[in-house]
Design a binder for this molecule. Structure first.
Ligand SMILES: [Mg+2]
Length: 332
C-alpha cells in the first residue's frame, strides 16, 4: 500500500475545498446546523483501486476533520487491515464498518454505557452484526462437495488462496495480504464458474441464510448483514447518543455499496474501474466523472461544497463567531 498524503495534520490545500459561505437561506438553512456523518467505501472510492493512494481526497478529509464531521470507513476490508489504515487516514478516533457490514468497531465516545462491554486494548468495542466466519467456511465446504457434479460451479475462496496468489491477485504486499485473510464475518471468493452456476450457488447459500455480494475484485459470502444495515445501525447509534438525527452522505463505487447509498440522505456513485452497474434507489444521487479519490473529492464537493448546496454557514476564518458557532453545532 502506498500513500503520499496523510491527513494527520489537517489543513486546507489551495486547490482543495472552496471557502465557506456566511449564510444558507431557504430550505438548506435547517440542514446547515444539523450534525453530519459521512460514510465512505475505501477501495476504488477513497483509495485508488490500483495504488491505494488517497492524495486527491486529502484536502476534503482535512476540511471535514476541521469541521468535526466524522468520516466513517465502510469497507469489505477486515478489521485487521483497517486498523493501520484508519490511523494513516487520521480516522482513528472514529468508528468503522468492516467486512461489508458484518463487523462494526466503536471508539469509547460512540459506545452506549448500558449496551457495550469493556473496550479491548486498542480502545475499541467490536460488534459482529453478521454470522461467524467459521460457519461460512464450513457451509462453503459443504456446498462445494454437494454441487461438485453441477455444471458451472467453480470458485476459489480467499482462505484457499496462497499468500503469493492473494498478493498477485490484489496487489497487496505479503503482510497486507496476511491481514486481509484475518476474517471475522465474511469470506471473499473469486468466481470461476458460469453465470447459471452462480445463480445455483446463490440459491444454495440462501438455504443457509447466507448471501453473495459483489465487490470490485471478489464476491463476498456473508450473513444477512450488509453495508446498508450497518450504516443504518450507526446512524441510529449517533441519534441515540446525541439526541438528533444527522444529515448523512455516502460514497461508493461498487454493487456492494448500493444498500449503503440507499440508507443515507445524499449519495455519490464514484466512477468505477470494473464496468459493473451501480443503480441505487436514491433520488439524491450524484455520479462522478472521475474515479477513485479524485471522484471522491468531486462527490463531496458536489453535495457539501457548491455555492447552491453549501450547507455550512461559516466565515472564512476559524476565529470568528460564525465559524465557532457552526463547529459547536456540528460537534455537539
Ligand atoms: Mg469499492
Amino acid at each position: 500500500m502506498s500513500s503520499q498524503t496523510s491527513f494527520s495534520q489537517p489543513g486546507c490545500s489551495s486547490t482543495g475545498p472552496s471557502p465557506i459561505t456566511t449564510s444558507t437561506p431557504g430550505r438548506y438553512a435547517q440542514d446547515a446546523v444539523r450534525p453530519r456523518l459521512l460514510f465512505s467505501d475505501l477501495d476504488g472510492s477513497l483509495l485508488d483501486h490500483h495504488s491505494y493512494d488517497w492524495a486527491p481526497a486529502a484536502p476534503w478529509l482535512a476540511r471535514l476533520y476541521q469541521l468535526g464531521i466524522p468520516v466513517i470507513p465502510v469497507t469489505s476490508k477486515t478489521r485487521s487491515e483497517l486498523l493501520s489504515l484508519r490511523k494513516a487516514l487520521g480516522l482513528e478516533d472514529l468508528p468503522f464498518i468492516a467486512e461489508n457490514g458484518a463487523v462494526v468497531g466503536l471508539p469509547s465516545s460512540w459506545c452506549h454505557s448500558g449496551l457495550e462491554r469493556q473496550a479491548g486494548s486498542d480502545g475499541l468495542v467490536i460488534k459482529t452484526l453478521g454470522v461467524d466466519i467459521g460457519f461460512i467456511r464450513q457451509r462453503l465446504r459443504v456446498w462445494r462437495e454437494r454441487l461438485k457434479e453441477a455444471p458451472g460451479i467453480r470458485f476459489t475462496a480467499m482462505s484457499e488462496m496462497t499468500l503469493d496468489g492473494l498478493s498477485t491477485y490484489t496487489g497487496l504486499s505479503d503482510p497486507e495480504a496476511r491481514l486481509a485473510r484475518m476474517r471475522e464475518g465474511s469470506e471473499p471468493l473469486v468466481w470461476e464458474g458460469s453465470e447459471a452456476g452462480l445463480e445455483t450457488f446463490r440459491a444454495s447459500l440462501a438455504g443457509d441464510d447466507l448471501q453473495l455480494v459483489q465487490g470490485g475484485r471478489f464476491w463476498h459470502v456473508t450473513g444477512k448483514s450488509h453495508k446498508g444495515n450497518a450504516v443504518s445501525w450507526m446512524i441510529e447509534r449517533f441519534a441515540a447518543l446525541r439526541g438528533v438525527t444527522p444529515l448523512t452522505l455516502a460514497l461508493g463505487d461498487g454493487p456492494n455499496d448500493i444498500a449503503m447509498l440507499e440508507a443515507v440522505d445524499q449519495a455519490v456513485v464514484i466512477q468505477g474501474c470494473h464496468g459493473l452497474p451501480v443503480e441505487p434507489r436514491q433520488t439524491a444521487l450524484y455520479r462522478t466523472a472521475a474515479a477513485g479519490p479524485k471522484g471522491w473529492a468531486e462527490g463531496v464537493e458536489y453535495w457539501w461544497g457548491r455555492v447552491d448546496r453549501r450547507l455550512t454557514p461559516a466565515a472564512t476564518s476559524p476565529s470568528t463567531y460564525a465559524y465557532t458557532h457552526t463547529l459547536a453545532e456540528l460537534t455537539s
